[in-house]
Write a protein that binds this ligand. Structure first.
Ligand SMILES: [Zn+2]
Length: 247
């Protein structure tokens, strides 16, 4: 039973049995995992506050052959990202980041790219006045890393470049269509949003300008990306409706 030491980000933790916690986390060394933190609800000696959702921690755990759940041994807080200001909308946005990470990152597949994306997103939330840019950035990159990002710059039917015209999109087509080719019921994605998609795929989050990223544009792109996620993952996101209601 080798002891693994790794940087990790806690995604979710909940009560397990009498005194334990079941913890879902993304580790740098082993990818996304779930494990038991023994006696974590009874004593804070070994884990302290370092099992709170969206904490960046150093984690020690045992992998057990043939067992799905690892056994957590110790956890040390590097930085906590949960927003204690009581802003409900921000909490929901952070919950959606955790939900997407749990849903989309495959278990036991280490990915430095995914780890750095999650950490950069949490840092983005910490500094930002507005939640919409870091949230959209995480949604977009999650879809990209899952290999589900549709073509958004040319018409998927006639091949014409969309240029400054809006694109029209539905998940079952997997491509944007031009005005001439669009079908009823397709979502619209404006030229400004499509330009921002290109920018977000080229630049790191701190280099993007939050002013260019208002709620309306985030909603337009987010609706499309979350459609793609729900369609491919065959899963209805619990945070989606709540966040839409608060918007
Ligand atoms: Zn067309």
């Amino acid at each position: 039973m080798p002891l693994v030491e790794s940087e990790a980000i806690i995604l979710r933790s909940r009560a397990w049995g009498e005194a334990d916690k079941l913890v879902s986390f993304l580790s740098r060394a082993r990818g996304r995992l779930r494990g038991i933190a023994p006696s974590a609800r009874r004593s804070r000696r070994r884990f302290g506050a370092a099992l709170e959702p969206l904490s960046h921690v150093r984690l020690w755990f045992f992998e057990r052959e043939g067992r799905e759940l690892v056994r957590l041994s110790q956890s040390e807080l590097i930085e906590g990202f949960w927003d204690a200001r009581g802003d409900y909308q921000r909490s929901l946005a952070l919950s959606q980041v955790a939900e997407l990470a749990e849903l989309l990152l495959p278990e036991r597949e280490p990915s430095d790219k995914a780890f750095r994306l999650l950490l950069a997103t949490l840092e983005g939330f910490k500094g930002a006045e507005s939640i919409w840019l870091p949230l959209a950035y995480f949604q977009l990159w999650s879809v990209r890393l899952a290999g589900w990002l549709p073509g958004l710059q040319e018409c998927g039917r006639c091949g014409k470049s969309l240029g400054d015209e809006p694109g029209y999109f539905s998940v079952d087509r997997g491509r944007a269509f031009c005005r001439g080719c669009r079908l009823p019921g397709m979502r619209t994605l404006g030229a400004a949003s499509r330009r921002t998609v290109v920018e977000m795929l080229e630049k790191p989050l701190p280099k993007l300008s939050p002013e260019a990223w208002d709620r309306r544009r985030a909603a337009e792109l987010g609706a499309l990306l979350l459609d793609v996620i729900e369609y491919h993952a065959e899963h209805k996101l619990t945070t989606r409706e709540l966040l839409d209601e608060k918007a």
